[in-house]
Design a protein around this ligand. Structure first.
Ligand code: NIG
Ligand code: FE
Length: 420
């Protein structure tokens, strides 16, 4: 933590997203960024102490200006640190061979069902030592940070045995301790049925419920519990049992829902009171309606649809129906090997009908709520963590308009400049 205060001055636009710490933003409110022009922020002790117009901030801190590290943000855009609420950050290996197969017509599920896909990454991850897994994942996390991400969720799900799931979660915990980016952990033992349980998937579900979940919870290795609910992977009935078992042990439910086929995943998320339902490319109208009523956050992953050459989720329809929407990379080696939240925001505009303001809300405060961190991060307000990005563009619309470029110029984490 920096001893010296930091004073970011005179941003051409300071996007605060103020007033949204208690609940995710929905509907028209997703467009209300609460922008301050010529805005400044005073950071001290790792927290935001003051947000306002530059002249007011300068007057307030005039006795202390000489002691502060001053960052001139003139001509630039200042936003809360980006939050990625759905990643498979910790894995070993890479699957460009499958990418090439898909370009020639093979489908994602065909590849998975013939032993590749998640199974291929599971083998590589099981073989990797803790140290090797840490090193590969740390490099990815460095790239997330360079693109403006200051908090990311990370799932297990490439171990699929108790020891290997724990190895992944421990690596994620070590990254949280040692890397500037904060990590929030999700147990996802129900990511695929491993080959050794192929003939008896219910026995694997039983093992997740009776052994893995209690052990993960006992060792405090995760806050959330996620299931890949998809035809040929886990059924809605199995998903429900796994998520309910997690709840009994204090793990909050999330769900990979309706990604490849409509499978009533959105409905299940609403019925069980999941924190979020993610993917939702094929969610039904009824499921969307139920999510809006239950306040389940839709974590949309337009990079995955893009990379799988599928039609994106209908973000526009979900926002109009009152569902709180968040955005994420889904970073993983099979369906979305990207680390770029700015690209995801751009795809949110171009592929899901979201406005530049909505995608920024979805990548900050709503993403923070999707991992239960809305009170600490996701907006620029007094008392929140001093996690901030300075983009080298003069306004938030240009961030989406000048696509394909990393505009993140300076990243500040807990009040300390970590990218410059
Ligand atoms: O969210 N859909 C399931 N899980 C990941 C992909 C994992 C992989 O292919 O390795 C996803 O898209
Ligand atoms: Fe995923």
């Amino acid at each position: 933590m920096s001893k010296k205060p930091t004073f970011i001055r005179n941003a051409s636009q300071l996007v605060t997203l103020a007033g949204s710490s208690n609940a995710p933003l929905t509907g028209e409110k997703m467009n209300q960024l609460h922008i301050i022009e010529n805005g400044s922020v005073w950071l001290e002790d790792g927290l935001i102490q003051y947000v306002g117009k530059d002249e007011e901030a300068a007057e307030r801190y005039k006795e202390r200006l000489a002691d502060a590290e001053i960052i001139d943000a003139a001509g630039k855009l200042v936003t809360p640190g980006l939050v990625d609420p759905h990643t498979h950050l910790v894995y070993a290996g890479s699957r460009e061979n499958e990418f090439n197969m898909r370009l020639q017509g093979a489908t994602y599920m065909e590849i998975m069902n013939s032993g590749g896909g998640i199974h291929a990454t599971t083998s590589a991850t099981r073989e990797a030592s803790h140290e090797a897994l840490f090193e590969e994942s740390r490099k990815r996390l460095d790239q997330f940070l360079l693109h403006g991400v200051t908090t990311a969720e990370a799932k297990s799900g490439y171990g699929l045995t108790i020891e290997n799931e724990i190895k992944q979660l421990e690596v994620a915990g070590q990254l949280h301790e040692q890397h500037p980016v904060d990590i929030v952990r999700t147990f996802m033992g129900a990511h695929a049925v491993p080959s050794e349980y192929k003939s008896n998937p219910d026995a694997f579900v039983g093992m997740i419920i009776q052994e893995m979940i209690p052990e993960v919870a006992r060792r405090n290795l995760a806050e959330f519990n996620d299931v890949f609910c998809e035809r040929g992977v886990f059924t809605p009935e199995q998903a429900k049992r796994i998520l309910e078992a997690g709840l009994k042990h204090g793990l909050l439910p999330k769900i990979h829902a309706d990604e490849i086929e409509p499978y009533e995943g959105a409905e299940l998320a609403a019925a069980i009171g999941a924190v979020s339902a993610d993917h939702l490319l094929r969610a039904s109208d009824k499921g969307i309606e139920m999510m809006a009523e239950a306040g389940v956050i839709a974590v949309l992953l337009p990079g995955t649809a893009f990379f799988l050459m599928a039609e994106s989720a209908n973000g526009r329809k979900m926002i109009d129906a009152g569902v709180p929407v968040a955005l994420s990379t889904d970073c993983n080696p099979g369906s979305s090997p990207t680390v770029s939240m700015p690209l995801i925001m751009n795809l949110g505009c171009l592929k899901m009908g979201m406005t530049p303001a909505e995608v920024l809300t979805a990548a900050t405060i709503n993403a923070a709520h999707a991992i239960k961190r809305g009170k600490e991060i996701g907006s620029l307000e007094k008392g929140k963590k001093a996690d901030i990005v300075i983009f080298d563009v003069p306004n938030y619309m240009q961030l989406q308009y000048r696509y394909g470029v990393n505009h993140a110029h300076t990243v500040i984490k807990d009040g300390v400049v970590v990218v410059d």
